[in-house]
Design a protein around this ligand. Structure first.
Ligand SMILES: [Fe+2]
Ligand SMILES: [Fe+2]
Length: 189
């Protein structure tokens, strides 16, 4: 496990450093990297397989980082890519399938068919990370999208509310306080 995880760390961080990555290095430093301990914490609490959650998190957005043309279908293309990578390690077939499902179903906006607890941990971590790394949303709104103060505030609030709705019931319960504080801060009137 350690070898694969180390290699994948290296592979994904490298892809994030390339100029072809339209999201910038922040998708590693403020999205994928902090999602790993968060996903592992959820896995521990919810009784999920930590290794599956970790590998799926590392690979969940890789193909759109490598090529922006993959963005729209990155859940599906990403699952195929994960299979190829993991086959190269002779990783167990059944575990590859479980990782593929985590990647395939990580976008609750596209597909809300999560069946396993690992799929829930990955999708929840993908949304919760916006609460805990909220500065990256400010960066996106004001620096990348050039929004006015009001527009940016509205956009971030909308995004947080959408993310919160997508969470599993237990994560919604667990992060209720953080959510309420952030929403109160972003209230416009
Ligand atoms: Fe994604
Ligand atoms: Fe993501």
């Amino acid at each position: 496990m350690d070898q694969i995880v180390n290699d994948l760390h290296f592979l994904v961080e490298n892809a994030c450093e390339l100029p072809t990555n339209i999201f910038g290095y922040g998708i590693w430093s403020h999205h994928i990297k902090p999602m790993i301990p968060l996903g592992q914490k959820l896995a521990e609490e919810y009784g999920a397989d930590k290794e599956i959650v970790t590998i799926a998190i590392l690979l969940h957005d890789l193909v759109s980082i490598e090529d922006e043309k993959n963005y729209k279908e990155h859940h599906t293309i990403g699952a195929e890519r994960a299979e190829k990578i993991l086959n190269g390690y002779n990783y167990p077939r059944d575990r590859i399938e479980r990782i593929k499902l985590c990647i395939q179903n990580h976008r609750s906006s596209v597909n809300n068919n999560k069946n396993s607890i690992e799929e829930i941990c990955v999708a929840d971590a993908d949304a919760i990370i916006h609460l805990t790394e909220i500065s990256s949303l400010f960066y996106a709104a004001y620096k990348e999208m050039n929004k006015s103060i009001e527009e940016g505030q509205k956009w971030i609030k909308g995004k947080i509310e959408k993310d919160y709705k997508k969470l599993s019931e237990r994560s919604r319960e667990k992060y209720r306080n953080e959510f309420c504080v952030i929403i109160a801060l972003l209230e416009t009137e």
